[in-house]
Design a protein around this ligand. Structure first.
Ligand SMILES: CC(C)(COP(=O)([O-])OP(=O)([O-])OC[C@H]1O[C@@H](n2cnc3c(N)ncnc32)[C@H](O)[C@@H]1OP(=O)([O-])[O-])[C@@H](O)C(=O)NCCC(=O)NCCSC(=O)C[C@@](C)(O)CC(=O)[O-]
Length: 300
């Protein structure tokens, strides 16, 4: 299969990245990060989540963040909504695109959203209906597609079943999450081969954490399988509150560098993206996890 000429990046740093931070991060810092990202050409930014603040305290100020950002035309600003309560809060905050999130593993589903996979899908039905009433697009996530911190190995067929359900209920795209970053290129190719029989590949995205240093290889393997949408996180921010030891998503800067090297367009300005990553890394008081950002700043 030939490589795509264009890849769409879904920037999840402000949500997946920051949700795991223990230190409080002010609304102003989050707003500046999101505005820096849109200025760098990111066309899709996950701004926050409307989830229980008891479960994920860092996302509690998501409505204020939405109110503070400078919404550029053509950019999608999205939020996670696990249930109808979350969707209603998102609507009240003026959100125009949301995501629901399921898992391929029962144990992770329980730890993350306090219900079984089947219950979660049931819970999404009113979310989908209300979103449709309001003309809001819904993206779907499946976590633990290549391994679960509690259940271990996950069968690709199980991922296919959950993905098909999400698509059938109206998710326009399903992002497959290697939540704990254990996947390798061969497993990724097999995953898209199996899931691709149930959901068209143009409706699938890859979401790779870099815990084992495999994320860029996994993106390349996905490209070979015809996948052209990837989630990534500026400065490699992140982890998962319900997956001990999981590190951040693959760094957006490193993905852009990979894709530029392959002649694939992303619409993202790499120097601007590196600056955005440096600014939030300063706020967090640590170095960027992006290898490209570190290499470029060593040259300055
Ligand atoms: C799903 C629930 C809410 C169930 O949590 P629950 O405790 O079963 O909820 P409940 O319906 O029984 O309600 C209990 C309390 O939560 C409140 N509540 C209920 N819903 C909401 C809401 N939407 N917003 C705010 N508050 C809410 C509700 O009002 C009530 O408040 P109380 O009466 O006790 O004061 C909870 O488990 C939760 O919020 N989980 C979120 C976990 C999360 O955000 N995880 C991270 C995102 S997923 C991820 O990172 C993976 C991904 C997507 O990146 C892909 C990958 O890498 O794999």
């Amino acid at each position: 299969m030939s490589l795509p000429s264009h890849v769409r990046l879904v920037e999840v740093g402000p949500r997946d990245g920051l949700q795991n931070e223990k230190q409080p991060i002010g609304v102003a810092d989050k707003v500046r990060l999101i505005d820096d990202l849109s200025a760098a050409g990111l066309g899709y930014i996950e701004v926050g989540s409307f989830v229980s603040p008891k479960w994920v305290p860092q996302m509690a100020g998501s409505a204020e963040v939405f109110a503070g950002i400078d919404q550029r035309p053509g950019v999608t600003y999205a939020a996670l909504t696990p249930n109808l309560q979350g969707l209603e809060a998102a609507l009240a905050a003026g959100v125009r695109e949301v995501a629901v999130f399921a898992a391929a593993s029962e144990a992770f589903s329980q730890r993350n959203i306090n219900c079984s996979i089947a219950e979660s899908l049931k819970r999404f039905e009113p979310v989908m209906a209300a979103a449709q009433d309001h003309g809001i697009r819904v993206r779907g996530y499946v976590s633990c597609v290549l391994g679960c911190p509690y259940d271990g190995a996950i069968q690709a067929q199980q991922v296919a079943v959950v993905s098909r359900e999400l698509q059938a209920m109206g998710c326009y795209e399903v992002s497959l999450g290697d939540t704990i970053g254990v996947g390798t290129a061969g497993a990724v190719r097999n995953l898209f081969e199996v899931v691709g029989r149930e959901v068209p590949r143009e409706c699938l995205a890859g979401h790779f954490h870099d815990t084992y240093g495999q994320a860029l290889a996994n993106i390349y393997a996905s490209l070979l399988e015809g996948i052209a949408v990837f989630d990534s996180s500026v400065a490699g921010l992140g982890g998962c509150p319900y997956a001990r030891g999981a590190t951040g998503n693959v760094a957006s800067e490193d993905v852009v560098y990979l894709l530029e090297g392959l002649g694939i367009e992303t619409g993202v300005d790499l120097p601007g993206l590196i600056k955005a990553g440096q600014r939030i890394s300063q706020v967090l008081g640590r170095d960027s996890a992006s290898r490209v950002a570190r290499a470029r700043s060593a040259l300055e």
